[in-house]
Design a protein around this ligand. Structure first.
Ligand code: NAP
Ligand code: SF4
Length: 674
């Protein structure tokens, strides 16, 4: 057996978890959607049918003040809706456990009714919360207990109570958000009381044979956050209060340390769980950036945890565990930790899905049904759109020929994978290579398909996924030798000087800036470098893991300015959950950012601009153009001239605002329908 630790059952006494894998909690938006419970049932059942050990649902609120408009569980009517989900999971595999997460956001509820131990506004909240009085505290405890009881009634095997992230329970624990002077504030014993009373009273209500998980912030990444001693005390006290399992979480939402972005090393935080595991006797769960079975196995083998929680990797591939068990890990569609279609959607009120797997949360809508009349399909261009189209169409039984002018598949993925912190794209390319092999796609590398040859071969369908060409802005002097395109910089085809201006501050402008300001070797950042750059002290664990630790960032030895014409803040258009990490990193490296710029001309002395009407000269030796893209449609036009019907997909269809998420999504839906 290749993953003996990951596949080992865990005996909880009254029940057994079939293996050590957990699909971690993630709010999807299905919870609140019309018809969402049917879709949620299909979404979870598919993961259950593919051997996940236990599922934790997205957060469900216990009362109105925690969620006036969102998903709640407080009465039998609400509980009855969840039956669809629990029945579907247990029918898919009676041995798979499903627990409901109880999430009371407290001061992050973003509504005027919201409550907290003290009237302390979170840095990221819109309102000051209402301070709870004693009766209010007891009500919150009662509501948690009622919520757990209703979850039990709904057929869940247990609940996970979230006591981390800056949500209600965690704000009782941390001194700076709990200013009370009654028995729920002051000493740490008092600050723990709320959490412990919830657990004790919930356990008393639900009985012994019900899984009760408590999620703690084992490192909250807050200046003045919880000390290591406090975390141990909490763990031991929770154990006494009756939890079955402790789940470790890292960070509060308001912390300024990335914990899930691509640049975070795989399994970066599990050592913290490992230290806690030595202090408590109940099983512990670890999480964050564990995205392949070998990573999970190593974490378990090191003794860092009893169970491994993977939320996004299970969005990316519902059959993650089945493939691991069957030794087909090279078929896993790996989560690249981009957050673009999951958390960025969640935090913008959009339905969650996955960049590399648009079926996630769309299991009742998007299916790859086998075809009866297989067609001969030519797909031209093996970038994100072409690869998605080709592999889905071939999986359904079509005969697909995939043409690629270069010597490797991947297109823009090949540029992305070389950006420091984006190495996970190698996994995406590995996945597609395997799918090409598995579905017997006729891959023709170093072959520039033209209209004539495509016509000659008589394909039933021709898909043009020829991608994009970088846009050349209309600026006087744009052909000056100082000017280079982002492709030349990323591929290393042209040298970059010491004084650089980057025209265009979109995703690619930021990527290029990351690449040329990066010090040290390329490749995934290791754990120690990550810790130093973000000011985390894993060894000594000061309060929050970060208190008093200065981030150690090497200033770039290049003088770099990133420019855009828009008046908005530079980087404002980047992903909601990751954009801030890029802005912080580049600012710390000394990169200058200018908005509201008008480009005047380029000459031997540099880049001439106007900012707020004032002329300025940037005396640079290199100007990198990252000004977006235009579609590359020459082949499509040639095909039209030859009378061959073709369909455009990806960047060739629409380059503006195009990214891999849109390209894969569009291509997948088209291939599912052909
Ligand atoms: P983009 O995000 O559309 O950004 C293009 C930039 O060029 C903008 O800053 C724009 O700002 C500027 N620009 C546009 N036309 C211009 C012109 N004629 N002259 C001068 N400047 C001009 O495009 P991209 O950076 O090439 O990225 C392509 C896609 O890939 C995007 O959807 C992007 O989100 C995605 N991507 C995402 C990531 C990620 O990490 N999430 C990374 C890389 C790429 P002004 O108009 O204000 O000057
Ligand atoms: Fe992972 Fe990105 Fe998919 Fe989210 S959208 S699950 S981060 S690959």
């Amino acid at each position: 057996m290749k993953y003996p630790k990951l596949l080992e059952p865990l005996d909880l006494g009254f029940t057994t978890i079939k293996n050590r894998s957990i699909m971690g909690s993630m709010h999807t938006g299905l919870e609140e959607m019309d018809g969402g419970f049917e879709r949620m049932a299909a979404y979870f059942a598919e993961r259950a049918a593919n051997n996940i050990g236990m599922i934790i649902t997205g957060g469900i609120a216990p009362n109105e003040e925690s969620s006036p408009h969102g998903a709640r569980m407080s009465n039998e009517e609400e509980a009855s809706k969840h039956r669809l989900v629990t029945d579907a999971v247990h029918q898919a595999d009676p041995d798979v456990k499903i627990c409901m997460q109880i999430l009371h956001p407290g001061p992050l509820a973003n509504n005027p009714q919201m409550v907290a131990p003290s009237a302390v506004k979170s840095r990221i909240a819109r309102h000051v919360p209402n301070e709870l009085d004693k009766a209010g505290i007891q009500k919150q405890i009662d509501d948690h207990v009622q919520c757990a009881l209703m979850a039990q009634k709904a057929g869940y095997d247990g609940v996970e109570i979230i006591g981390s992230a800056g949500y209600l329970i965690s704000t009782f624990l941390v001194q700076k958000t709990n200013l009370r002077d009654d028995e729920y504030g002051g000493s740490y014993e008092n600050r723990m009381r709320f959490a412990l009373e919830i657990v004790e009273q919930t356990r008393a209500a639900v009985g012994e044979d019900f899984i009760l998980i408590f999620r703690i912030a084992a490192m909250d990444m807050l200046e003045g956050g919880m000390s290591w001693d406090e975390i141990i005390s909490l763990g031991k006290a929770l154990e006494k209060a009756g939890v079955t399992i402790i789940s470790t979480h890292f960070t509060w939402h308001e912390s300024a340390v990335p914990t899930i972005a691509t640049m975070v090393p795989r399994a970066a935080f599990t050592s913290v769980t490992g230290r806690l595991r030595k202090e408590v006797s109940v099983p512990v769960i670890t999480s964050n950036r564990i995205n392949m079975p070998d990573v999970a196995e190593e974490v378990l083998a090191r003794g860092d945890a009893d169970l491994v929680s993977m939320a996004r990797p299970l969005l990316a591939d519902s059959a993650f565990m089945r493939k691991a068990i069957e030794g087909r890990e090279d078929e896993i569609n790996t989560c690249i930790a981009c957050n673009q279609a999951c958390l960025d959607h969640t935090f913008s009120g959009k339905l969650t899905t996955c960049l590399v797997n648009p079926r996630a949360c769309h299991e009742t809508i998007l299916n790859y049904d086998p075809v009866n009349d297989a067609k001969r399909i030519a797909v031209v261009g093996a970038g994100p759109a072409g690869l998605s189209y080709a592999t889905v169409a071939a999986e359904r039984g079509h005969h697909v020929s995939l043409f690629e002018a270069s010597s490797e598949i991947g297109g823009q993925f090949n540029l992305a994978k070389t950006i420091p912190g984006k190495e996970e794209f190698y996994e995406t390319i590995r996945y597609y290579n395997r799918m090409i092999e598995l579905h017997s796609i006729d891959l023709r590398l170093e072959t520039r398909a033209d209209a004539e040859s495509l016509k000659r071969e008589g394909f039933d369908h021709v898909i043009v996924s020829t991608g994009i060409k970088p846009r050349t802005p209309d600026i006087e002097g744009i052909n000056h030798p100082k000017v280079v395109s982002y492709i030349d910089v990323i591929t290393g085809a042209k040298p970059v000087g010491q004084k650089v201006a980057i025209i265009g501050a979109g995703g690619i402008g930021f990527d290029v800036c990351e690449l040329i300001s990066h010090a040290g070797p390329s490749g995934a950042v290791d754990h120690d470098v990550f810790a130093a750059e973000w000011g985390v002290d894993f060894e000594n664990h000061p309060r929050g893991g970060v208190t008093g630790v200065e981030p150690r960032v090497t200033k770039s030895d290049r003088e770099i300015t990133l420019l855009q014409r828009k008046e908005s803040r530079v980087g404002a258009g980047l992903g909601k959950t990751t954009g801030w990490t890029h802005r912080i990193t580049l600012t710390r490296r000394g990169v200058g950012m200018m908005n509201g710029v008008e480009y005047v001309k380029i000459d031997d002395s540099g880049l001439h601009i106007l900012q707020n009407g004032q002329p300025q000269l940037l005396e640079v030796d290199t100007i990198i153009i990252c000004a977006g893209q235009d579609p590359l449609r020459d082949l499509y036009d040639d095909l039209s001239a030859e009378g061959v019907k073709a369909e455009l997909v990806g960047g060739a269809y629409e380059a503006m605002e195009l990214d891999a998420k849109a390209a894969i999504n569009q291509a997948t839906y088209m291939a599912a329908a052909v």
